[in-house]
Write a protein that binds this ligand. Structure first.
Ligand SMILES: NC(=O)C[C@H](N)C(=O)O
Length: 324
């Protein structure tokens, strides 16, 4: 029987409310890893699971300060010869950021699967137990190896790269590139063959205490470019613009963006639209901007933080340009 490590970080999957019909007024992360496992005795049929409670957070309160220890803990478990795969339970709100961080920093061919839930564990028809079960099935499946970090939620499997939460309430809240499906007739099916994702991972400096600050600016119709000054004054080392449409930079922003990049602060063109890639434009060469490709602003920010942490912005051209 395979051995899986489970890292529990909180989220709605571990949420508890006062009543079974309350799906909004609950405390995320109230239940520990043992309670999550106890709710799914069937897990014992597919793996020997070793659980570790790392955080008990609503993922709205997670950030770079949590990614660093989570990543180090995950790497140590993946390096252990007696561990065959890793499942991480997480809140849905910032799951896409943690997934991107782990995807770019974990160095292992063993499966790593994040899972979450949209209803608290105490709810009628809670979705967490099935999601956890499915995540364990994915993490023990031979086809999951070498795919980088995966996300399993709502009977779907997503690659971490490009996954995003699109719906505030739906149980299948996430979208992403072609991943796979989990169903009754064909238990686990990946839509594309595995690719070697090892080439896209980076080794962050072992003594790194914090990731460089990168801010996301939401550019609404008529938003003034002096928003850039606000985040630069606050100490941003990089900026991601959540721009209208296909990462369309308003004419009124061009001079300030070009000047900011010339002063050594990289700027990424992402889109505030909920789905679809941002394509390269000829003007990127003039402005110095980089298009975010398949990544939402949230994941583009993580990627820029890591490139800055490694002191190598050329990593961005590889990361934004590729499907991982
Ligand atoms: N569905 C959820 O998990 C939402 C919750 N606020 C969290 O991200 O922790």
């Amino acid at each position: 029987m395979p051995t899986l490590a489970l890292i529990a970080t909180g989220g709605t999957i571990a949420g508890a409310a006062a009543s079974a019909t309350d799906t909004t007024g609950y405390t995320a992360g109230a239940l520990g890893a043992d309670a999550l496992l106890a709710a799914v005795p069937q897990l014992g049929e597919i793996a020997d699971i070793r659980a570790k409670q790392l955080f008990r957070l609503d993922s709205k309160d997670m950030g770079p300060a949590h990614w660093l220890p989570l990543g180090r803990r995950a790497q140590a478990l993946l390096d252990a010869p007696d561990i065959d795969g890793l499942v991480i339970t997480h809140g849905t709100d910032t799951l896409e950021e943690t997934a991107a961080y782990l995807h770019l920093t974990l160095d292992s061919r063993k499966p790593v699967v994040l899972t979450a839930a949209m209803r608290p564990a105490t709810a009628l028809s809670a979705d967490g137990p099935m999601n956890l079960y499915n995540a364990a099935c994915v993490a023990t499946h031979p086809d999951s190896a070498g795919r980088g970090v995966l996300v399993s939620i709502g009977d779907a499997i997503f690659a971490a790269w490009g996954v995003r939460k699109l719906y505030t309430h739906r149980l299948d809240a996430f979208i992403g590139g072609p991943g796979g499906a989990i169903g009754q007739t064909s238990p686990i099916r990946f839509f594309a063959p595995a690719r070697d994702t090892a080439a896209s991972t980076v080794a962050i400096p072992a003594d790194l205490k914090e990731l460089p600050r990168v801010d996301v600016l939401y550019v609404a119709a008529g938003s003034p470019p002096d928003l850039l000054d606000a985040v630069l004054t606050a100490g941003a080392h990089g900026i991601v613009l959540a721009l209208p449409g296909n990462g369309s930079l308003p004419a009124s922003w061009e001079a300030a963006v070009t000047r900011t990049i010339a002063n050594g602060v990289p700027i990424v063109r992402a889109s505030r639209v909920g789905a679809g890639p941002v394509s390269p434009r000829a003007q990127d060469a003039t402005w110095g901007t980089r298009p975010a490709g398949d990544l939402a602003p949230s994941q583009a920010r993580v990627t820029l933080m890591l490139a800055l942490a490694c002191g190598d912005l050329t990593l961005l051209d590889q990361w934004f340009g590729e499907h991982h």
